[in-house]
Design a protein around this ligand. Structure first.
Ligand code: FES
Ligand SMILES: [Fe+2]
Length: 364
C-alpha cells in the first residue's frame, strides 16, 4: 500500500502570541483589506519625481489623488476632483505659490483651502470655505512621498536606518506598474524557487530551485526570514558580487513593506526596500530602492539599478501571467495554491500573518 508522503518542514516558524488565534478565521473581503490598508502609509512617488512646483496624479487603494509640492516645499495630497466641476486637479499647476485648477482657475493652498475663485465678482468667504479640498496626511521619507488615507490611524513607517545614514549610499529604482494585485507581487518577492526559470536570462539557469533551510520568526508587525543564500552559478558575469554566497535576512512589515539585508562574506552589506503600493484591486505600483554599505566592493549603484530593472520586469511578467490577478483573500482547502511545496513556506507565512493582521483590523 502506498504511504502518504510526509510533508517536510523547510523552515522553523514561531507564531507570536500577540497575533489573534489563526484558527478563528473569519471570511474577509477585498473591501476589508483596502479599508485596513487605508490606515497605513503607502508610497505614491519617488521624491525626486516631485520637485518644487510639480503636480501629479496617483491612484491609491482605488482613491484618485492629486499630489503637489509647492514652491516653499510644502506637500499636499487630496482627492483629485476639483470641488467646482470635478476637473482632475492633477492636470493643474502651481501658480504664484498655489495649486491652480486647469479648468476655471480656482486656486488652493497647501492645506487644501480655496484661496480664490476668479469668476466671483467679490470674494465670498462662504463659497471659499465650502470649497476646501479633502486632504490626507502626506510626508517625505527614505526618498519617497508617502500618503495615509485614514488620518486617524496611528500607523508609523518601519525604521530603515541605512537609508538615513550619510555613510551609506542609496539609490531609488524607477517605480514599475504591475497589472496584478499587490499580494501577487509580495508573494513573488518572497519566492526563491522561480529564479532558474523566470530569471533564466538574468540570474542564470543554474539557480537551485531547492531552497536552503530557512528560519522564520513571526513578530507582532510581520515576520522575518533568515537563510544562507547559495551562490548562483551563472554564465553571466555581471553582477557577480550580487550573486555570490551571502546571508539573507528578509523582513516583512505587514501589510506590504519588505526589506532584504544581504551580508556578504567580505563584510559588505546591501539593504533593499520593496513596496507594492496598491492602485486598484488588480494593479499596483512597485516602489523599490537599494542602499549599499560604505566602500561597497561591487557594481556601482547605477548598474545595480539597471540590472534590477531587468529582473523586476521578468517578475512583472510572471505576476501578470497568474490567474486570478490577485491571490484569493480567503484560502481554499489546502491553502493559497493548488499544490503548495516547501518553497512556498515564506509566501504562506505572508498570507497567514496578513490574514491575522487583517482580522485584527476588521469589525467582527
Ligand atoms: S473644475 Fe476646477 S475650477 Fe472649475
Ligand atoms: Fe523574481
Amino acid at each position: 500500500m502506498l504511504q502518504k508522503p510526509r510533508r517536510k518542514r523547510t523552515g522553523t516558524l514561531c507564531l507570536d502570541a500577540s497575533f489573534p488565534n489563526p484558527n478563528k478565521f473569519m471570511q474577509l473581503s477585498e473591501e476589508n483589506a483596502f479599508k485596513a490598508m487605508r490606515g497605513t502609509w503607502q508610497p505614491v512617488a519617488n521624491a525626486v519625481d516631485l520637485p518644487k512646483g510639480k503636480v501629479i496624479g496617483y491612484k491609491l487603494l482605488e482613491t484618485e489623488l492629486v499630489v503637489a509640492r509647492f514652491d516653499d516645499g510644502a506637500l499636499l495630497a487630496a482627492d483629485v476632483a476639483c470641488p467646482h466641476k470635478g476637473a482632475r486637479l492633477s492636470a493643474g499647476c502651481i501658480r504664484d505659490g498655489e495649486l491652480m485648477c486647469a479648468y476655471h482657475g480656482w486656486r488652493f493652498d497647501a492645506s487644501g483651502a480655496c484661496q480664490s475663485i476668479p469668476s466671483l465678482v467679490a470674494p465670498n468667504p462662504d463659497k471659499l470655505a465650502l470649497s476646501h479640498l479633502h486632504s490626507y496626511p502626506v510626508k517625505e521619507r527614505y526618498g519617497y512621498i508617502w500618503v495615509k488615507l485614514d488620518a486617524s490611524s496611528p500607523h508609523e513607517l518601519p525604521e530603515v536606518p541605512e537609508f538615513e545614514d550619510p555613510r551609506w549610499t542609496y539609490k531609488m529604482g524607477p517605480p514599475m506598474v504591475f497589472g496584478s494585485g499587490w499580494r501577487r507581487e509580495v508573494e513573488n518577492y518572497l519566492d526563491m524557487t522561480h529564479f532558474a526559470f523566470a530569471h533564466a536570462s538574468t540570474l542564470g539557469k543554474c539557480a537551485d530551485p531547492k531552497i536552503p533551510e530557512m528560519d522564520i520568526q513571526v513578530h507582532p508587525d510581520g515576520f522575518q526570514m533568515d537563510a544562507p543564500f547559495p551562490a548562483l552559478t551563472t554564465p553571466h558575469e555581471q553582477p557577480g558580487k550580487l550573486q555570490s554566497a551571502h546571508h539573507r535576512m528578509q523582513r516583512c512589515f505587514l501589510p506590504n513593506f519588505t526589506t532584504i539585508r544581504q551580508s556578504f562574506t567580505d563584510g559588505d552589506e546591501r539593504v533593499l526596500v520593496h513596496i507594492p503600493s496598491p492602485n486598484t484591486q488588480e494593479s499596483c505600483t512597485v516602489f523599490w530602492s537599494v542602499a549599499i554599505s560604505p566602500d561597497f566592493r561591487g557594481p556601482p549603484p547605477d548598474s545595480q539599478i539597471e540590472f534590477a530593472i531587468r529582473v523586476l520586469d521578468e517578475d512583472r511578467q510572471m505576476c501578470e501571467l497568474q490567474i486570478p490577478r490577485e491571490v484569493p483573500i480567503n484560502p481554499a482547502r489546502g491553502g493559497w495554491g493548488v499544490l503548495v511545496t516547501p518553497g512556498d513556506t515564506l509566501a504562506n507565512t505572508f498570507q497567514k500573518t496578513l490574514r491575522q493582521w487583517l482580522t485584527g483590523r476588521t469589525p467582527q
